[in-house]
Ligand binder design. Sequence first.
Ligand code: C2O
Ligand code: CU
Ligand code: CU
Length: 522
Amino acid sequence: MLAINRRALLRLSAASSAVALVPTVLAQTSETGVSQSATANPDFKPDYELELTATETSAKLFSGSLTQLWKYEAKVLQGDPRVLEWTHGSQFPVIRVRQGQSLRIYFHNKLPEESIIHWHGMHMPQKMDGHPMYAIAPGQTFVYEFTVNMRAGTYWFHPHPHHRTGAQVYCGLAGLLIIEDDESLQTGLPNGKHERVWVLQDRQFNRDNQLVYASMRMEMMMGFTGDRVLVNGLPDHVEQLGNTVYRIRLLNGSNSRFYKLAWNDARVMTVIGSDGGLLASPVDKPYVMLAPAERIDLWLDLSKDKPGQDLKLVSLAFTSGSMGTGMGMGGMGMGMRGMGGGMSASGVEMEVLTIQIEGGAQPSQDLPKTLSTINWPRIEEAVNANNPRTIRLQMGMGTVSLNDRTFEMHETTDDETVRAGTTEVWQFVNTSGHMGMSHPMHIHNAQFKVIERIQDPGQQSITSTMQDGLVDEGWKDVVIVMPGEQVKILIRFNNHIGIYLYHCHILEHEDLGMMRNYLVQA
Ligand code: C2O
Ligand code: CU
Ligand code: CU
């Protein structure tokens, strides 16, 4: 086992001789000290005050032994208690607020190792963003205070300590932050009991129902994938829906697995939103690619379906690279650890969940033609329109890197420095050779527009299996960069000054250092 994985140690369960794979580590001390945000600011008057406690728990997922997990326990300390909901299955807290509201969140770390919470997709002051330099030790508290200034959309939160993000998310730590604004509330899209949140994650369990996670560097290089899909933390998920219209918010909360999502009866996927909220108008796709950390909103019309029928959400076979994550049966499957359920003639790789359609002549509604107004930055505003900032995504012998560098806690370089309030073109170049993988690239404190994809004709056997399902129409904070591909994005930086991250959201790649700081200067 290589040095970087030394913490991915397994612990013997006291109750049985089976290996319980909730990883345990010794308490680590944060490099910058831990007391920076240990107390609340009395001048900050939040609309809501919540408590999130990362803790060990267990759940009955299968017959036999309980599964040991980690979880964010959540509690509303002040404000309307309806700000907090739970996903079906109660594994993930869902915080639902309106744009302009402010939150104080006490994060208590009751894990046996350091942790910190990152608010994925949000614009945040540096200290509130969950950079690993702010990780707190076991037993300590970090106080988040921020005002929500994002567009309506499905944002999420997850741990972000260095080297341990993958393991902590895998053990069950995640939650959603759903934002509404005046515009989103006026669209008349289905809500309340006609809205669902589905968090997709793949997991591997041992015979004693305990989680199994990567321990070898090679597994981490390829990205860890499990052989079964959990929805909201539950296996074999069945959802009862009426014969009407639903809004489905999907989050790929997996460490590494990409999904090629489709309905099993081949009806189109009607996409109404992505990472940064509603699209300008709906788009139909034959299938939708959803990489780790990406979100998608679907319009699901069951009004013409017969009660008693089933509809399945499936993940189709595809090839995401010549090695690695989530590849379909057509791939050169070095990374595969056996596909649960096998592949049917229609190319289904995994079943994600089953919808049982119930009757009752429920009210239906029409799909709105326009969903939102998007105020895009224009390429002419970019300070480097003809000279994009280029980030080469690299995989070598045992390393994953960005422009030949790996993560350093505090360092940034000149070519990683931007100015607050400016617009830039960034270009991700996937330099894959024979070790090609798709990388979902994520930038903190920013939402961006995908403006160009240039594909490598030599990698068409891979890209052609995914490209009709890419959703580049809306605001993004994660973008899939396929092998050989160059993807250009346009970002307008906000006025927050400080150090933020950009990284591959294959969590094993992030933990191996495929992550860098960038510095925003005044
Ligand atoms: Cu969801 Cu730094 O990531
Ligand atoms: Cu993020
Ligand atoms: Cu990667």
